[in-house]
Design a protein around this ligand. Structure first.
Ligand code: ARG
Length: 586
């Protein structure tokens, strides 16, 4: 099934070739001026230039070649040599029926499916999840859905931060605060408590204190470093304590991801790469990649063409512990042995780009996964009104949990103001408020161009007007309830008839779905899907405002019902790819 860009581009290729021009310029694109055309081709100008002809004359010859095309109601030249194309109603109707009959609403599959691991979310054990992990989670999850929908085989991995310095920090801090805990008893080798004596509150209280102290005081920093190394080298008490801390945090984090509607295929952590580390280090040494450097072991990853010097990858610290980059490199080994992916995508804050470049180059040098199989998909930060990364009113880092409850409260207030769901049960109202809140947060995050920062403004995200999640939920629910009423009054959908410009415009939006999917996929930019959802909802609302349905003659009523059905299907599919779920009614 081809969309109009593909169909018209193929026609243009034929015309360019018949006239002796390079077909590389024969490309249709959506018209800049929808009042003048549906699609346009700008290729006559470069084609003319390449052979020294007058662009307008070349455009006219191409237009003449297209004159007999039954899919085109009009082809003409404009300005210096633009080619404007207007589709015939027959072509539009045919395409509309095709999309309506398709459970995927016109979406194509990738030509060659790949095996892809998506590394996203990345919370740290023992640290509460904060808004910094929000974008990683939301964007990564949308990418996972999109890649899977387009036909790739995809695994999502949370890659918990559970093996680094923060574990040593906590162990050292606990050893000081509660030296009586059995984990610190050197006489004990097993028989540690099964029930964790450490709560999430303990961890959340201790971590910031310990981190702040280590920053100022080198003695406690050294203690934490030693504890990290001892943990990694198998200290039985530390291992037992570590397992409990990891389990306590993981439970809390699963709950938080659950509230966002995010699930992973693998809940692995950095520690799961640990078994691969000794062999990997031996292998790296054997390949001559490990260099001694002031007691540490590093891999140099600079390249001659680099514009600035990329620091080396630290593999073993001078205390003998594995670092962030070590576990990431060993995770590549683990992934290539267990999954053998064609591609691994890392959805992580753009500020970690050097880290990933180091790891990817090391992987390439060592012959694990190649550089072009590894991609860091960075993104900007969510900022406060002051333009700096978002903080709570008290100046602290906003916990994800608090952010979600704030959004739910606001959603409930908005629904109450608008009198939505007054006669629903409290459980249904709560469910709707939750869905509206999540839609607001996710849509705001996803519609911002991935690489840019955006400002957190819950009031704006929660508005039922404009480019927002709540607006789109409302649009979907409205179509759903309209269709329900139609069905209840015995109306079925039927063949599509185009009788109004708003119907044409709606069909062109439906046709544009696949291009939005492909752009979002190729560029790893979910905002193309947000834009599609929004313009589709708008095209539908213009159609609905101008094309009566219930009062229309029977054939138009049936046609419009079908247009509404397919719009709803495509809108819900798009929202689902963004990780947004619409309530049945609201
Ligand atoms: N835990 C890390 C952090 O909070 C993010 C992990 C990203 N994934 C990875 N493979 N390094 O900064």
């Amino acid at each position: 099934m081809q969309d109009f860009i593909a169909i018209l581009s193929a026609r243009l290729v034929g015309a360019f070739e018949r006239l002796g021009f390079d077909p590389k310029w024969a490309r249709a694109q959506p018209a800049d001026r929808p009042d003048l055309a549906d699609f346009q081709c700008n290729g006559a100008m470069p084609a003319a230039k390449s052979v020294g002809e007058v662009p307008r004359a070349v455009a006219e010859r191409i237009v003449a070649d297209l004159a007999e095309d039954p899919d085109l109601a009009e082809a003409n030249c404009a300005g210096p040599g633009f080619i404007n194309l207007r589709l015939s109603d027959a072509a539009l109707t045919r395409r509309a029926e095709q999309i309506a009959a398709d459970s995927r609403a016109g979406a194509s599959y990738v030509a060659v499916p790949r095996r892809i691991i998506i590394d996203y979310g990345g919370p740290n054990v023992a640290k509460p999840m904060h808004v910094g992990h929000l974008r990683a989670t939301i964007i990564g999850d949308a990418a996972k859905r999109l890649f899977r929908f387009r036909g790739d085989e995809v695994w999502g991995d949370a890659h918990f931060g559970d093996w680094g310095f923060q574990m040593g920090l906590l162990i050292a801090a606990l050893a000081e605060e509660r030296p009586d805990l059995p984990f610190f008893d050197p006489a004990l080798r097993d028989e540690y408590p099964v029930e964790s004596p450490i709560t999430l509150e303990d961890l959340e209280r201790l971590y910031p204190l310990a981190a702040a102290r280590a920053k100022e005081d080198s003695a406690s920093r050294d203690k934490a470093r030693r504890a990290t190394a001892e943990l990694q080298n198998g200290h039985p008490g530390y291992r037992a304590l570590w397992a409990q801390m990891a389990a306590v945090s993981r439970t809390a984090q699963k709950r938080e991801f659950g509230a966002l509607g995010v699930e992973f295929d693998f809940w692995y952590g950095e520690s799961d790469a640990d078994p691969y580390i000794p062999e990997m280090i031996e292998d790296l040494a054997h390949k001559g990649l490990l260099v001694e450097d002031q007691g540490a072991r590093i891999i140099r990853v600079v390249r001659a063409e680099d514009k600035r010097e990329l620091p080396p990858l630290l593999v073993v610290s001078s205390e003998g512990s594995a670092m962030y980059g070590t576990t990431d490199l060993a995770t590549i080994v683990q992934r290539s042995r267990t999954i053998d992916p064609d591609l691994v995508l890392y959805f992580v804050d753009a500020r970690q780009s050097d880290h990933f470049e180091q790891v990817f180059r090391a992987s390439d040098l060592a012959g694990y996964l190649q550089r072009d199989q590894l991609e860091h998909i960075g993104f900007g930060t969510m900022n406060g009104p002051d333009g700096k990364p978002f903080k709570t009113r008290a100046g602290g880092v906003m916990k994800l949990h608090d952010l979600i409850s704030q959004a739910v409260d606001k959603a409930q207030a908005r629904l109450d103001e608008a009198g939505i769901g007054e006669d629903f049960s409290p459980a249904e109202r709560a469910d709707i408020a939750h869905k509206v809140a999540i839609a607001a947060i996710k849509f705001a995050d996803l519609q911002a161009v991935r690489t840019t920062n955006y400002v957190f403004d819950l009031d704006q995200f929660m508005s039922f007007e404009g480019r927002t999640g709540p607006y789109l939920l409302y649009a979907a629910v409205r179509i759903r309830s309209m269709l329900r009423k139609l069905r209840e009054s015995g109306n079925e959908s039927g063949p599509i008839i185009l009788s109004d410009p708003r119907e044409r415009a709606l069909v062109l939006r439906l046709d544009a779905f696949d291009a939005a999917l492909r752009s979002a996929y190729d560029k790893r930019m979910p905002h193309f899907l947000c834009e599609h959802a929004f313009t589709l909802a708008q095209a539908f609302s213009a159609f609905y405002a101008n094309c009566p349905i219930l009062e229309a003659p029977a054939d138009l009523r049936a046609s419009r019902a079908r247009l509404a059905e397919v719009t709803l299907r495509q809108l819900l599919l798009t929202l689902d790819l963004l990780g947004i779920e619409a309530p049945e009614r609201m």
